[in-house]
Every structure is written in C-alpha cells, then in structure tokens.
Design a protein around this ligand. Sequence first.
Ligand SMILES: CC(C)(COP(=O)(O)OP(=O)(O)OC[C@H]1O[C@@H](n2cnc3c(N)ncnc32)[C@H](O)[C@@H]1OP(=O)(O)O)[C@@H](O)C(=O)NCCC(=O)NCCS
Length: 170
Amino acid sequence: MGRTLPKPALRPFLRADTPVLAAIFAAAIEQLTGDDYSEAQQQAWASVADDEEQFGKRLASELTLIATLENSPVGFASLKGADHIDMLYVHPAAAGQGVASMLVEALEKLAGGRGAKSLTVDASDNALEFFSRHGYVPKQRNTVTVNGEWLANTTMQKMLAEGASSGDSK
Ligand SMILES: CC(C)(COP(=O)(O)OP(=O)(O)OC[C@H]1O[C@@H](n2cnc3c(N)ncnc32)[C@H](O)[C@@H]1OP(=O)(O)O)[C@@H](O)C(=O)NCCC(=O)NCCS
C-alpha cells in the first residue's frame, strides 16, 4: 500500500520559532542559491540571521507565516506592510514540493485583505523563475550591500485580482 505524502499546513509565527526559522534561512541560502551567488555572497546573506534577537524582531514586525510538514516548520514567508513580500525561505529538504507556492498564495490573500492592489518582492536571482511562474513581472534590477558583499536582486510586481480580499475561493 502506498503512503500519501504529508501535505504542508500553515500557521502564524510565534517568537519561540525564531531559532528554527534562522536555521531554515541559513540552510536555504547555503544549499539553494549556489548557482547564482558566490560563496562569499551566500555567507554574507546567511549571516543576516546570526543575530537571532534582531532576526526575531524583524519576523515579529511583519506578517510572518510558517509552513509545516507533520508539525515541523519547513519554510516561512513574511509580508511587510500591505504589499511587499520581504522573506520567502524553504528548507532544502522540503524544496520542490509546493511549500513556497502555498506560502506565496496565502500572502497574496492576506495582502488583498489589507487592501493591496499589487504585491512586490525583491527576488533573488534563484527565485526569479519561481516568481515569474506565479505571475510576478520584473520591474527593476537592484544591487544591495549585505554585510559588506554586493548582491543583485530584481524588484518584481504582481497585480492582485479584484476580489482577492474577500476570501472567496472561486
Ligand atoms: C525560492 C524558494 C523559496 C522556492 O521554494 P520551494 O518550496 O522549493 O518552491 P515550490 O516547491 O513551491 O516551487 C519550486 C518548484 O517546484 C516545483 N513544484 C511545485 N510544486 C510541486 C509539487 N507538488 N511536486 C513537485 N514539484 C513541484 C515547481 O516546478 C516549482 O518550479 P518553479 O520554481 O519553476 O515554479 C526556495 O528555493 C528557497 O528558499 N530559495 C533560497 C532563498 C531565496 O532565494 N528566497 C527568495 C528570496 S526573495
């Protein structure tokens, strides 16, 4: 008898989740971004979560959702204000199973609920294709400094459908 794969579930962030989200953040960067960023860039980016106090404050100040598989966190995403996706990270062991898609779709509904007409994200190069497939359009190329390293990303935007805020499923 085949066993059905567990389905991811979503729940809100709690302050006690900070260490596990910091670990997911670092693992995702270290293992999933190597085709697009140098080791020095990856290290600088991953070290953003080294200060857990600061990282936890950032997660708490935004609308942060956690994706779980069999109750264990495997990914997270955060909405800054009404209309900007700040973070989206999935543990490499859970990648390619639709976890990020589920998180982004949930944030789009929540953004609609906050009155947003569109959503933006500063997408890393490795996430460009993912966001394109989800209807995000590149607007602007950026270069930012993170812990002394220059990293490129792309501001992308998606117009949200009318009625996205009403919670209707059709
Ligand atoms: C980008 C990232 C969040 C994607 O996470 P993910 O959970 O693997 O994404 P999904 O599984 O939803 O989609 C990824 C691919 O898996 C495939 N996929 C989705 N659902 C699937 C399923 N049920 N079964 C098999 N494959 C599936 C899709 O082909 C999808 O391809 P696409 O990226 O071309 O759209 C993850 O790679 C990551 O954390 N990267 C490093 C951090 C980063 O750059 N974050 C973005 C900052 S803006």
